[in-house]
Design a protein around this ligand. Structure first.
Ligand code: KIV
Ligand code: ZN
Length: 561
C-alpha cells in the first residue's frame, strides 16, 4: 500500500442532491425479483455448471418463487445455447415464469439470440452496452454519441426482429442495461435510456425494463441512491419504464446499495443466491429478502428450507457458503458468549410465558425455524460460555428447568469438561454430564426400597410415614420417620444418621415428557454445617419419590465432593 492513496485512486464524486427524499422512505413491498444466477453467477464460476446442474438450479429458483430468471447468454457459447434449448424443448419453464436472455448490443449476436429463444412463451430480451466514462475512454474510444448510437441501433434491430415473434403470441419484453451505469454521468445515462425507450416504442402498457447496474461497486450506497433518485426524476418517459437494479458487491455494500436503491424508487432487483457472481459477486437475494421479512415485509420468495437451497447451491456451483453468511451460514444461529446465551435463554422463556407471537429474543434477529433451521444448532457450549448456557441447553433440548441458583454449579461442571476436551460440547454430552453429576449418583448412599403411608386428620392435615432401606457402601440399614409430607418424613427418618448434617434450603419440581409418559424431576438444595450448598437432582415416575432421590443425590455429591 502507498502512503498517499490519492496519488493512485480517483475518489468518487457524488452528485449534489440537497432535496433528496429517499432517506425518509421505507421498503413496504418487495421488488420484482430477477435471478441472474444462471448467467452472471455461472460466468463467474471456476468450473461453470453443466446443463444438468443448471437445470437443477433453475428448478430450485422456481421453487423459491422467482418469476424472472436470466438463463444465460445463448449467443456466447454452445453450452449456453444448448441449455436454453433444453429448458424450452424439455418443457421445464412454468407458464408463470419468464426466462431472460442476455445479449450484447451487436447485430449478429442479437440475431442468434432470437433463434435461440424460439418456442419460449415468455421472454425478456436483455441487451446492453457499456456507457461509463472509463470504458468510453479505455475500451471503446468513442464519445457518448457513438455509445448512444450502438444502443439505439440494437434497439431498432430488436424491435424489427420482435414483430413476427410477438405476432405469433409470444410475450416478449425488453430490458436495456447501460452497463457500468455507476460510472456514467447521470445526464448521459438518462439520455441513452430515453433514446432506447423511444426506439423500442415503450408505453405505460408495454414498459421496458431499464436495468441500472453497479457493474463495479464504486461508491457508498447513499451516493448510489442519490443517482437512482436523480435518474428517475429526470427520465422523460418514466412511466414507460420499470427501474431495475443490478448491484455488485465490490465494496461489500451490495445489500445496502440495493436497499437504498429501492428507497430511491427502483422496482426490480437482479440478484443471486448467496451473492454469487463476478469478483465479490452480485447482491445476495437471500439476505435482501430475509432483511425485508424481519421488517414485516414478506419478500414474496420462500426460504423456509434454506439448508436445501444451500445444499443445491454448493453442489452445483462448487462454491462454499461461509459460516457467517447472513441467515444461512452454519454459525449464524449460534451463541458462544455466556451473556448472549443468558439473554437468549431469557428471551425464549419470555416468549413462552407471554404466549406472544412476536419474536423478541435478543441476539437472534430471526426465528431460525422460519428458514428451516432448528433450535439444535443455536447454542454450543465451549470454554467461553457462561453459567446460563448449559442450563439453557438442558431446558431447550431436554426440558430440565434448573433453578437459577443451580446454574453456576452446573455451568462449572460443564466448563471443566470443555477445558479438559478443548472443544465445544454438543447438547447430548451436556445431558450426559448432568446425568453423571446428579441423576445417576447412587453412591455412597442409595435408597434400596421404601414405603409411604399417608393419612389425613380430622382437620384435613396430611400425615406421612416413611419406612425405607438405605445402603451406605456395603452397609444396609433401615430408617423410619414421620412428617407432614414425603420430604419432611424422609428427613426425620434419616435423623441421627450421618446424613443428617444437612439442612434443607430449597426445592423445585416439575414434570418432563419422556416419550408417552411423564417423569417428575426434583431439584434439591441442601446446606451443610459450614454453610456450603449442594444441589441434587432426582428423577422418577413417582412424584413423591423424585425429591427423595434428589436429597440422596445432594448428600452423595456433598460427601464425595
Ligand atoms: O454487471 C453488469 O453490468 C452486468 C450487465 C450485463 C447487466 O452484468
Ligand atoms: Zn453483473
Amino acid at each position: 500500500m502507498i502512503q498517499d492513496p490519492k496519488r493512485k485512486y480517483i475518489p468518487f464524486v457524488p452528485i449534489k442532491r440537497p432535496n433528496r427524499t429517499w432517506p425518509d422512505k421505507q421498503i413496504t413491498h418487495p421488488p420484482i425479483w430477477c435471478s441472474v444466477d444462471l448467467r452472471d453467477g455461472n460466468q463467474a464460476l471456476v468450473d461453470p455448471m453443466n446443463v444438468q446442474e443448471k437445470l437443477e438450479l433453475f428448478h430450485t429458483l422456481v421453487d423459491i418463487g422467482v418469476k424472472e430468471i436470466e438463463v444465460g447468454f445463448p449467443s456466447a457459447s454452445e453450452t449456453e445455447y444448448e441449455f436454453l434449448r433444453a429448458l424450452i424443448d424439455g418443457g421445464h419453464i412454468p407458464s408463470d415464469v419468464t426466462i431472460q436472455v442476455l445479449v450484447q448490443a451487436r447485430p449478429h449476436l442479437i440475431r442468434t439470440t432470437f433463434e435461440a429463444i424460439a418456442g419460449a412463451p415468455n421472454v425478456i430480451l436483455h441487451f446492453y452496452n457499456s456507457t461509463s466514462t472509463l470504458q468510453r475512454k479505455v475500451v471503446f474510444h468513442k464519445d457518448m454519441d457513438g455509445i448512444i448510437q450502438i444502443a439505439v441501433d440494437a434497439a431498432r434491430l430488436i424491435r424489427e426482429l420482435s414483430e413476427p415473434v410477438i405476432r405469433s403470441g409470444v410475450d416478449l419484453r425488453y430490458e436495456y442495461s447501460p452497463e457500468s451505469f455507476m460510472g456514467t454521468e447521470m445526464d448521459n445515462a438518462v439520455l441513452i435510456c430515453q433514446r432506447v425507450l423511444e426506439e423500442l416504442h415503450a408505453t405505460p402498457e408495454r414498459k421496458v425494463i431499464l436495468n441500472l447496474p453497479s457493474t463495479v461497486e464504486n461508491c457508498m450506497p447513499n451516493y448510489f441512491a442519490d443517482e437512482i433518485e436523480y435518474f428517475i426524476e429526470h427520465l422523460p418517459s418514466r412511466d414507460c419504464a420499470i427501474i431495475s437494479l443490478h448491484p455488485h458487491n465490490d465494496r461489500g455494500e451490495g445489500v445496502a446499495t440495493a436497499e437504498m436503491g429501492l428507497l430511491a424508487g427502483a422496482e426490480r432487483m437482479e440478484a443471486t443466491l448467496f451473492g454469487n457472481g463476478e469478483r465479490t459477486g452480485n447482491v445476495d437475494m437471500i439476505t435482501l429478502a430475509m432483511n425485508m421479512y424481519t421488517q414485516g415485509v414478506h419478500p414474496g420468495l420462500d426460504f423456509s428450507d434454506i439448508n436445501k437451497v444451500k445444499e443445491v447451491y454448493e453442489r452445483v456451483t462448487k462454491m462454499k457458503v461461509g459460516e457467517r453468511q447472513p441467515y444461512a451460514g452454519e454459525l449464524v444461529f449460534t451463541a458462544f458468549s455466556g451473556s448472549h446465551q443468558d439473554a437468549i435463554n431469557k428471551g425464549v422463556q419470555y416468549m413462552r410465558e407471554s404466549a406472544s407471537d412476536l419474536w423478541e429474543v435478543p441476539y437472534l434477529p430471526i426465528d431460525p425455524s422460519d428458514v428451516g433451521r432448528q433450535y439444535e444448532p443455536i447454542i454450543r457450549i465451549n470454554s467461553q460460555s457462561g453459567k446460563g448456557g448449559a442450563a439453557f441447553v438442558m431446558q431447550t433440548y431436554f426440558g430440565y428447568d434448573l433453578p437459577k441458583a443451580m446454574h453456576p454449579e452446573f455451568g462449572h461442571i460443564v466448563q471443566l469438561e470443555t477445558d479438559r476436551v478443548g472443544t465445544e460440547l454438543k447438547p447430548e454430552r451436556i445431558y450426559q454430564l448432568f446425568k453423571d453429576a446428579y441423576v445417576d449418583l447412587e453412591a455412597p448412599y442409595k435408597l434400596v426400597k421404601h414405603a409411604f403411608t399417608e393419612t389425613t386428620d380430622d382437620a384435613g392435615r396430611s400425615h406421612v410415614s416413611f419406612r425405607g432401606t438405605l445402603r451406605h457402601k456395603d452397609t444396609v440399614f433401615e430408617v423410619e420417620g414421620e412428617g407432614n409430607g414425603p420430604i419432611d418424613s424422609f428427613f426425620n427418618a434419616i435423623h441421627g444418621q450421618k446424613m443428617d448434617r444437612f439442612t434443607f434450603v430449597d426445592y423445585k419440581e416439575h414434570a418432563i415428557q419422556s416419550g408417552s409418559d411423564s417423569l417428575a424431576v426434583a431439584y434439591i438444595q441442601l446446606r451443610d454445617s459450614m454453610g456450603r450448598d449442594y444441589f441434587g437432582v432426582g428423577v422418577d415416575h413417582n412424584i413423591n419419590l423424585a425429591p427423595l432421590r434428589g436429597i440422596i443425590s445432594a448428600i452423595n455429591r456433598a460427601v464425595s465432593g
